[in-house]
Design a protein around this ligand. Sequence first.
Ligand SMILES: [Zn+2]
Length: 385
Amino acid sequence: MKKSLIVVAALALLAAAPLFFRRATAGPAAAAPQERTSLMLHKATFAAGCFWGVEVAFRKVDGVVNVEVGYTGGHTVHPTYRDVCTGTTGHAEAVLVTYDPSKVSYAELLDVFWSSHDPTTLNRQGPDIGSQYRSAIFFHNAEQERAARASLKEVEESGVFKNRIVTQIVPAGVFYAAEDYHQQYFARRGMAESCHVGIAQVRTKLAAKAAELRKAMAGGAVCDPTDPAACGMSHWTQFSDEELRAKLTPEQYQIAREAGTERPFTGKYWNEHRAGTYVCAVCGQPLFSSTTKFDSGTGWPSFYQPLNRSAVVERTDKSHGMVRTEVLCSGCQSHLGHVFDDGPAPTGLRYCMNSAVLDLKLEKQPAAESSATESKRAQTADEHR
Ligand SMILES: [Zn+2]
């Protein structure tokens, strides 16, 4: 890393040299170039789930010079992706961010960090399960540690996240760059970038900026969460249309991909009362808790709120001559149903879902790995060969 820092610094020096030269020849009256690159580049390391998407989030930040994906925080030397996927190396999928502190502060990077994942799920991001997907801030010095702890406190006190934040704040150790094919994964494949880094969920003063940034990101061609077509399938699923047709029943396909609706009182969950978590039948993303389920009398499973703010995506649906709010899985953009404002307390909302695109994971069952994670592994294992 030191070597690459020197290289980056040297490049920055070379890039800046003409500016100095121009200034010198133009005399002291010339305006200082605003674009001048600081020669003191800093490093920051974050883990926030699958690094493909996290890389994208930080690469969009003005002042970030480079983002490298890799592994850190574990106990093995020179781990491979395959090693890390086993969940036994202790390493987390992480990003090493090189930034210009004159253009972006560490606090702003923390904002992006908090805003680009769910820091309340232990060893898990969406369907990706295992300690390698943990949420962690690896500080490089005492100043970063202080900033990270202050930021954590601020985000915690904001009450934005419903659940307790489980993010680790630990010293940065050796960062092992991931295999080349993981670097700029989406950009190199010309793929729609991940929705994993979806919408800013924090409302602190610090995070307001990140929310704007994320809004700007979403508004661009990057990944608009209100437009699944722009987003494409999330990297969590990696299903082609063909694979989806093979994986899903015709009814599931019609609902998930063509915004269909099952006939009321026919689904498997409209009258379901067992305790557990309803997950997306397509990608395995946890969506609703049985504790928020109620009998709506409609013949469709109904909930008054999703599991958390990032579980689902909502967008306006003007089909069939009505203005409704469509609800999609944020993990794979599958259509799930609609939300109406005639639900019970405490939210007054009724999330009217289709049973066919839900799977109930009963409580006290050992958490099974989602097929999406397996699919991702199989795919990445293939790339590895
Ligand atoms: Zn899904």
